[in-house]
Ligand binder design. Sequence first.
Ligand code: NAP
Ligand code: ZN
Ligand code: ZN
Length: 347
Amino acid sequence: MFEVRGYAAKSAKAELEPFSFKRRDPGDKDVVIDIAYCGICHSDLHQVMEEWGGAAFPMVPGHEIAGKVSRVGKKVTKLKVGDSAGVGCLVDSCRTCPSCRANLEQHCEGRASFTYNSTEQDGVTPTYGGYSSQIVVDEAFALKIDPKMQLNAAAPLLCAGITTYSPLKRFGAGKGSRVGVLGLGGLGHMGVKLAAAIGAEVFVLSGSKSKEADAKRLGAHAFVLTSDAATMQSLAGRLDLILDTVSGKHDLGAMLGLLRREGTLALMGASPESLALPVMPMIVGRRFIAGSLIGGIAETQEMLDFCAKNRVAADVETISVKDVNAAYKRLAKGDVRYRFSIDMKTL
Ligand code: NAP
Ligand code: ZN
Ligand code: ZN
């Protein structure tokens, strides 16, 4: 075991504070990553605030991890010391169940080991996330990051990137399709960049008029203020797919009306409150509602390679770790353009 420095919430809703803990010495298949940057996902905030229930403390959040490999076990083949590498929301899974065999480790039917607020495969050892100096992970759950990528802007790809990339692919978005992105935050801005990069026509659906210019700069074809009834009406029945990234309670009916016949509303935003489902627009338009949870490891690698090739990365505000509590307050108010990335050198 070796000592690692990090930041943790010691109890639900507590401010994050310095916290030292131990990580395992690397086994034959493990890599040690010196964490350079870690993005702040709204899921970190939901979990520290215990909005989803079942949280374990102390909690070291962070699942948008990017850094450099500093040690490798003797059977590691995928990475070498000095490589840029990342870790997303998963650090292990059973690897044998049907979901794992289908490269959907996030839906492991045995036990998915999430990067924090979870346990290792033994079911008892707590996992601690990326607001820390180093992480130890089996190479099977480490991702390769192109050495040319800036690590502060690459880190958010490990959650916000894959979470929006996966449904775009699953629902066949591309040239000739119209994609709505609801909520222009961390996930939403990646959804816009990725949908534009694959050739879709992108419509930002936002509650914040102040984000209009950014939406266009990020690659959107149009910005639609969701409170503007006339513009919403002009878009009725036109979208093939909507990525719903909203973190709180909102109206699904208004969104369903924008979809064409058999269009899909894909839910990524994990509102702690249930959302009402109006049945008529579902039936009348033969529409679909789908859920989507991050993406598997192979698809995450595919997304990172796509981003390297197409020069896609997050728009980040890089912060010092001592400012993490202030950043949480701003994230809760939607005041971030568009992802905080913590510089771990400041630990
Ligand atoms: P974020 O940066 O806070 O962005 C959320 C955006 O949604 C806001 O910028 C705002 O955009 C809009 N919004 C927030 N509250 C709203 C409300 N009550 N009604 C309407 N619009 C609202 O958050 P994020 O990091 O992108 O995460 C978004 C959600 O996805 C969170 O719930 C998070 O836990 C979840 N998530 C899910 C997965 C998954 O695998 N499914 C992965 C990561 C995160 P506008 O100002 O443009 O309206
Ligand atoms: Zn996340
Ligand atoms: Zn499994």
